[in-house]
Design a protein around this ligand. Structure first.
Ligand code: G6P
Length: 489
C-alpha cells in the first residue's frame, strides 16, 4: 500500500470501468447494496479505497438513480466513504449494442479461444463507439486537473484512451485489458481492428496479464497499424505519441478483507456439509465463478462423471459443489450453457447417486464471505477455465487457506497457472487428465498439500493487488517525469 501512496503524490486518480463496485437495487420498500461478481471490481476496489479519487462506471441497479446526487455522484462505501462513484446512464437499446452486442458477442469470444463464433454488427459497433465517447466525456467532466491519472479498464472501453487523449493531452492514461489478447490472425477477423488498436494506443501504458498477450498485441499493431515499434522497450509510437506495452499480472487483496468474518476451517466444513446435506467425511470439491462458457463448467462435471465411472468406489464419498452466478443471460450462448449444465448435472446425478448426489449445482450469486467459507471447507478447488486472462478464483482460494491445506486443480490456459505452478496443472479439454488430477488432489497426503500451499501463498502474498497497481503507478510516474524532463509536454 505504501507503494501506491508514494508513486504519484498529489495526482488525481480516476478509474473507468463498465461494472460499478456498488449496485443499489430496490427490493420492496428497501434499497439493498450488491457487490458484482467481477474479478476486475474485486481487484480495483481495494485500490480505490486506498487512493480515493473518482470511479466512473455504468449505473446498472434498479435504485441507482435514487441514490446519487444531481450529477450522478455518490460517495462509497456506505458508512466509511473513501471515494466518489460517478454513474453513467445507458439506455436498454444502447446496452444491447454496446454491452451485449459488441463487447460480449464480439470482443469477448474474439479474445478468448473457446470456439464461440464472434458476431460483429455495424449497429453494435456504433453503440460501442457512442458509449465509449460518453464515458470519455464523463472522465473529462469529472477531472479537476489537466493532467490526471486515468485508469481505463477492460474490453468495454478500447476507444476511451484515444478519446480522453484528444481532450486532455497531458493526462497519464493507464489502460488494462482484463481478458486475453488473441494472435494477429484471430484478431484480423474484427472489421474494426484498426480503430480498436488506435483507440488503445491513446494510452500512456497499456497493460495485459501476461507477456504472451503483450506479444500478441504488438504483433497486431505491427500488422494492422502504421506505427513505429521499439521491440526492446516494447513501445509503440503513433502520431508522435508513445505507448508502452507491459505485463502486469493482476492479483487480490492480501489478506482479503472479507476473510476477517469467516470462521475457521472446521466450522466452515461442518456448515457446508450441513447446508448441502452431505455425510461427514465427504470429500468436497468446489468450483465458483460466473456462469460463463469460458470457465469450463461442463468440462469439470464430465471429469467427475469419468472419475465415478472409472472408480465407482468414490460414489457417495465425494461432492462437487459448483456455484455459478448467472451472467449475460440475455445472450443465447449463456442461457444455453445454463440449461446444458443443469441437464448434465441431473444426468450425472442419476447415473452415480449413492445415498447422496455427486454434483450440486447452485446457479446464483454468492457474497464474498460465503465464497470464502466454501473455499475453507473444500478439499479441492477446481479451476478448469478453457481460457482466462488471469483467474482470481485460484488466488482467492489460496488466500483463504491459512491452514495451508487444500489442493488447487488449475487449468493451464489461465494466466494464474504461470504464477501458481505448485497447483495440479491440467488441460481441461482432456477429461481423463482432469479426472485423474481431481482424484490425485482428493488423495494427496497432507504434508504434500502443505508444501504446495505454502509456496502458492507466498507467491500471492508477495504479488498482491497493491503490487499490481503500485507497479503500474510507478511506471506511470516515471513516464510523467520522463516527458517533463524531455520537454515533450
Ligand atoms: C470479466 C470481465 C469484467 C467483467 C466481469 C463480469 O471479469 O473482464 O470486465 O466485469 O467479467 O462480467 P459482467 O459482464 O457481468 O460485468
Amino acid at each position: 500500500q505504501e507503494l501506491l501512496h508514494g508513486a504519484l503524490p498529489g495526482a488525481e486518480v480516476l478509474v473507468v470501468s463498465n461494472r460499478e463496485p456498488y449496485i443499489h437495487n430496490r427490493q420492496g420498500d428497501e434499497i439493498v447494496v450488491q457487490r458484482p461478481a467481477s474479478g476486475l471490481v474485486s481487484a480495483l476496489e481495494p485500490i480505490m479505497r486506498a487512493c480515493g479519487g473518482t470511479w466512473v462506471a455504468h449505473g446498472s441497479g434498479s435504485a441507482d438513480r435514487e441514490t446519487v446526487d444531481a450529477n450522478g455522484r455518490i460517495r462509497v462505501p456506505e458508512g466509511t466513504p473513501a471515494y466518489t462513484l460517478r454513474r453513467v446512464w445507458i439506455s436498454d437499446a444502447e446496452q444491447d449494442g454496446y454491452y451485449y452486442g459488441f463487447a460480449n458477442e464480439g470482443l469477448w469470444p474474439l479474445c478468448h479461444i473457446v470456439f464461440v463464433r464472434p458476431s460483429f454488427r455495424a449497429d453494435d459497433w456504433r453503440a460501442y463507439r457512442e458509449i465509449n465517447q460518453r464515458f470519455a466525456d464523463a472522465v473529462v467532466a469529472e477531472s479537476r486537473t489537466e493532467d490526471p491519472v486515468v485508469l481505463v479498464q477492460d474490453y468495454h472501453f478500447a476507444l476511451v484512451p484515444k478519446m480522453i487523449r484528444q481532450q486532455l493531452p497531458k493526462a497519464t492514461i493507464i489502460a488494462f485489458w482484463h481478458i486475453p489478447w488473441p494472435n494477429a490472425e484471430t484478431f484480423s477477423i474484427c472489421p474494426w481492428r484498426r480503430e480498436i488498436i488506435e483507440g488503445m494506443l491513446g494510452s500512456t501504458i497499456f497493460g495485459f496479464h501476461t507477456q504472451f498477450h503483450c506479444n500478441n498485441f504488438v504483433e497486431c499493431v505491427d500488422r494492422f497499424v502504421e506505427s513505429r515499434i521499439d521491440r526492446e522497450v516494447q513501445a509503440v509510437s503513433l502520431g508522435g505519441h508513445e505507448t508502452r506495452i507491459r505485463a502486469y499480472p493482476i492479483s487480490i487483496e492480501w489478506p482479503p478483507s472479507a476473510l476477517g468474518s469467516v470462521p475457521a476451517r472446521d466450522k466452515c466444513r461442518a456448515d457446508v456439509l450441513k447446508d448441502f446435506g452431505l455425510a461427514a467425511g465427504t470429500k468436497l470439491i468446489v468450483g465458483i465463478e460466473r456462469f460463463d462458457y469460458t470457465k469450463g463448467i461442463p468440462d469439470r462435471m464430465k471429469a467427475i462423471d469419468a472419475l465415478l465411472t472409472r472408480d465407482p468406489s468414490w460414489k457417495g464419498r465425494l461432492a462437487f459443489i459448483q456455484v455459478a452466478a448467472p451472467t449475460r443471460s440475455k445472450l443465447d450462448t449463456y442461457s444455453s450453457l445454463q440449461s446444458e449444465a443443469k441437464s448434465l448435472a441431473d444426468a450425472i446425478n442419476t447415473r452415480h447417486r449413492d445415498g447422496q448426489a455427486p454434483i450440486h449445482l447452485v446457479a446464483r450469486h454468492y457474497e464474498s464471505t460465503d465464497v470464502f467459507k466454501l473455499f475453507r471447507a473444500a478439499d479441492v478447488c477446481g479451476v478448469s477455465s478453457l481460457h482466462d486472462g488471469m483467474n482470481l478464483v485460484a488466488k482467492e482460494f489460496v488466500s483463504s487457506r491459512d491452514d495451508n491445506a487444500g489442493v488447487l486443480v488449475l487449468s493451464s490456459f489461465t494466466g494464474a497457472s504461470r504464477e501458481l505452478s505448485e497447483a495440479l496443472i491440467v488441460n481441461p479439454y482432456d477429461t481423463e487428465e482432469l479426472a485423474a488430477a481431481i482424484k490425485r488432489a482428493m488423495t494427496m497426503p497432507l504434508e504434500e498439500q502443505v508444501e504446495r500451499m505454502k509456496l502458492m501463498r507466498q507467491q500471492v502474498r508477495e504479488n498482491n493487488v497493491y503490487r499490481w497497481a503500485g507497479t503500474m503507478l510507478v511506471d506511470a510516474a516515471r513516464s510523467r517525469t520522463r516527458e517533463r524532463i524531455l520537454g515533450l509536454t
